[in-house]
Design a protein around this ligand. Sequence first.
Ligand code: HEC
Ligand code: HEC
Length: 385
Amino acid sequence: MTGMKKKIPALIVGMLAVFVAGGVAILGAKAQSNTALAAAPQGPRLAEQQFKNIQVLKGVPADQVIPAMQFITASLGVECDFCHVQGAFEKDDKKPKQTARKMMEMTFAINADNFDRHREVTCYTCHRGNTDPVGTPLVMAEDAKEGFGEPKKAEEDDAKKPTGPTADQLFDKYLQAIGGADAVNKITSRVQKGTINVGGRDVAIEIFSKDPKKRVSFMHMANGDSITVFDGHEGWLGAPGRPVREMHGPDLEGAAMDADLHSAAQLKQMFAEVRVGGTEKIGDHEAYEVFGRRADKPPVRLYFDEQSGLLVRLVRYGETPLGQLPTQIDYADYREANGVKIPFRWTLARPSGRFTIQVTEVKQNVPVDDAKFARPPEPAGGPKE
Ligand code: HEC
Ligand code: HEC
């Protein structure tokens, strides 16, 4: 169970791992064979143009390489140095890196030969967070709670069947529960202060959001601010002593979603197709799952509390050439501010890490200087890795 033993990295590294996950969603959710990769649209810089020793991921847009690496890392439950020599990612000195290349070829071939080139099998299908996949079924570790032959499964399935509301009804109930479209649309800016908890440590955080879709968070670290900013089009991540990183693909998409102060009033327009998938227990309550497909983008899952109607969970996916990386956000502690109910606490979780933000103070419709949403400055003394 290598995956379980992962140590909590130093706070700052953890933050970066938490914030930096994603890539460009140029490729569709499926058809990820080698051939499909090579057919990526002209234009973006390719992996082999930017990196020194790309043999398998040729033709992939360069900014999908790191997301693919994050996918591998999450799938095997390892860190980058399992395969890479420190500071020289192009080197092939480590055996697992060479094995990983063969595994990529194998995985592409499995999908090409058996699944019509659809990306059904990924590294995670076999590895499940381990370097050494388990091939032998496990023995039963505990006494069975049910007697033999009881038709338990069927009942459970019945209970999970959608019991009523349509997606539109759930969207409406949610919008009503938080105050209605007018109240939501009246909000033009939001300033939140609170703490972010990562790995058991609390750090002060300030978040500024402003129309149209601008958002910046300042984490006040002992050695300076860690900044995540989205200006409505582009986004950057800045941390003390580190070169500024640009957001790509799903990072940008996610940031745009989080920055939208009016998304609750626009759910009906957001999706090309929606499906209610039944209920699931989140916290103490059952919640309805709505599965939403968007044009040319990975799907989103939304969970609405069965009783209150509030949005309690959102799961979105980032495309990588090897598979999708999930991001789950759980919303809680809804309180009213200027006529709208907003979550004062949320937990964002990814395969690479998680954090919880607890807001203690909110101001809305106050002026926020546009300068806040600019690219963060490079650290003094020039970029250093
Ligand atoms: C299980 C092995 C494995 C892990 C873990 C892994 N990589 Fe890789 N990495 C590879 C392989 C294989 C390639 C070469 C891909 C190819 O030839 O197309 C590669 C290539 C790269 C490259 C391109 C280097 C160059 O100049 O050619 C970078 C950068 C990179 N990895 C970064 C990372 C980072 C960052 C992490 C951790 C988040 C990571 N890798 C984790 C196997 C791994
Ligand atoms: C069909 C199942 C399957 C898939 C899919 C798969 N692997 Fe593996 N992988 C294995 C098995 C089984 C082993 C162990 C082989 C052994 O012990 O000799 C392994 C071993 C490895 C190792 C060597 C681990 C070590 O301890 O040195 C690496 C690295 C690896 N896989 C990377 C990947 C990557 C990256 C992907 C996705 C691109 C992937 N694998 C997809 C089954 C799979």
